[in-house]
Design a protein. Structure first.
Length: 55
């Protein structure tokens, strides 16, 4: 999927990255990432209003 997206000129971001090994593989593939490796999840009260659509 990363290769297909890159062939179309799209940027990719993997979610749920938790280990250094996962981040190294994604870096080699040219894929961005987010997950607990970088930061714990924010609760709804700590997120900006733009980042979620409320109840």
């Amino acid at each position: 999927m990363i290769g297909v997206a890159q062939a179309k000129g799209l940027r990719t971001t993997a979610e749920g990255v938790e280990t250094e090994e996962q981040s190294e593989i994604l870096n080699r593939l040219g894929c961005g990432f987010q997950g607990f490796l970088l930061s714990e999840a924010y609760g709804k009260r700590n997120a900006s209003p733009i980042s979620w659509c409320g109840d």
